[in-house]
Design a protein around this ligand. Structure first.
Ligand code: ZN
Length: 376
């Protein structure tokens, strides 16, 4: 295990932050895996999963079982982790105004296209290496004129040539789930079964994408531009949602780490047999069929059904208690689709527009805005 510390640009006199990076195996000897946790810096379960995962990978390295390279960033967002506002860490958006830490990684496609156009030949492996080098060049040329942009550039520099990108997040009070692009859903189902996750959300690569999609989008479009070049998308880039924000427990994280390690064995990145995966039946929903429910009034939200309940359209699963009306007035919240109630909020005082639930259905919903990934 090698570690290094990468300095971010200083945001203010007398301060500086750095990323810690662990490297295992040897570059060029097999697939490259990139794992990071806490890109949304107030999403903590993945941080603990990584702490349990690191010794497993280190042990595998000592035993010579790593068939390639594994790069782990145990906390991907030291900027967000430092955003402590009166005792609360708010790590989803950059308080300096650059937006969501998991969006806007820059356009990797246009510049890469310009570099490879006219240079791709008949050998698919050579073409892959050409594209990877062009992607690295593109990332190296990305602007880094503020601390958040510099952070994103460093993260991409570590991951842009990875075959597997595993980005560890969580949600509010939510069942474990995975986001993947639709063309990778088979591998993502295998991941869910290994992890014992019941829910998988699929999306396309159009429009704004998160960290995982940033790695796939250029390949997706280059495949269309150069259909004879034999370009293959990297095998998997996903966002793994390790339940809710406060689901941070040693036993759970150790179990999760063991299963994630098992997936690396399943994929042949680490030698060994992880045994049979779980028989978990994975409920696959396109993102257009996942209803994100928002509060329509200010008040206290109360849930009448537990996580993972199957609801039908019209079922009441929550109420908002109005505090400035007649005593104890309540607005019922009804499901707008048939599906599993798999996401709730851990906040209780809500305002109009706050997200209060997720229902994973299978019918595309007309009120969903395509490509509007609100919660990764
Ligand atoms: Zn997140």
């Amino acid at each position: 295990m090698r570690s290094e510390r990468l300095a971010l640009m200083s945001p203010s006199p007398g301060t500086h932050r750095e990323l810690l990076v662990y490297r295992f195996g040897k570059a060029g000897t097999g697939p490259k895996v990139y794992i990071q946790a806490g890109l949304h810096a107030d999403e903590w379960p993945g941080l603990l999963v990584v702490q349990h995962l690191l010794p497993l990978i280190s042990e595998a390295e000592i035993q010579g079982r790593i068939k390639g390279e594994v790069v782990v960033v145990p906390y991907a967002n030291p900027i967000g982790m430092s955003q402590n506002v009166f005792g609360y860490v708010t790590g989803r958006f950059d308080l300096t105004g650059t937006g969501n830490f998991n969006r806007n990684f820059g356009d990797l496609y246009q510049d890469t296209y310009r570099q490879v156009d006219g240079r791709l030949g008949a050998n698919a492996q050579d073409n892959k290496q050409l594209v990877i080098q062009a992607l690295k060049n593109t990332v190296a040329d990305l602007p880094s004129d503020n601390e958040a942009a510099a952070l994103k550039k460093i993260l991409l520099g570590l991951s842009v040539d990875a075959d597997y990108v595993l980005d560890l997040h969580c949600d509010d009070r939510t069942s474990a789930h995975v986001y993947c692009v639709d063309v990778q859903h088979e591998t993502a189902v295998a991941l869910c079964q290994r992890l014992g996750f019941r829910y998988l959300f699929t999306e396309d690569l159009n429009g704004i994408v998160a960290f995982d999609g940033t790695h796939l989008q250029p390949w997706h479009w280059l495949q269309k531009d150069f259909p004879d070049a034999g370009l293959q998308m990297p095998p998997l880039a996903v966002t793994i949602e390790y339940r809710g924000q406060i689901d941070v427990e040693d036993s759970m994280a150790a179990d999760d780490a063991g299963k994630l390690f098992g997936f690396l064995m399943d994929q042949g990145i680490i030698a060994g047999d992880a045994g049979a995966a779980s028989k978990t039946e994975v409920w696959v929903s396109s993102l257009q069929a996942v209803d994100t429910v928002f509060a329509e009034a200010a008040g206290l939200v109360l849930y009448s059904l537990p996580l993972d309940t199957w609801v039908k359209r019209g079922d009441i699963f929550a109420e908002i208690v109005l505090l400035d009306s007649e005593p104890n007035q309540r607005i019922p919240i009804r499901a707008r689709t048939d599906g599993y109630l798999m996401g709730l909020s851990h906040r209780r005082l809500v305002r109009p527009g706050d997200q209060i639930a997720k229902i994973a259905g299978q019918e595309p919903l007309s009120h969903r805005i395509p490509g509007n990934l609100l919660q990764l």
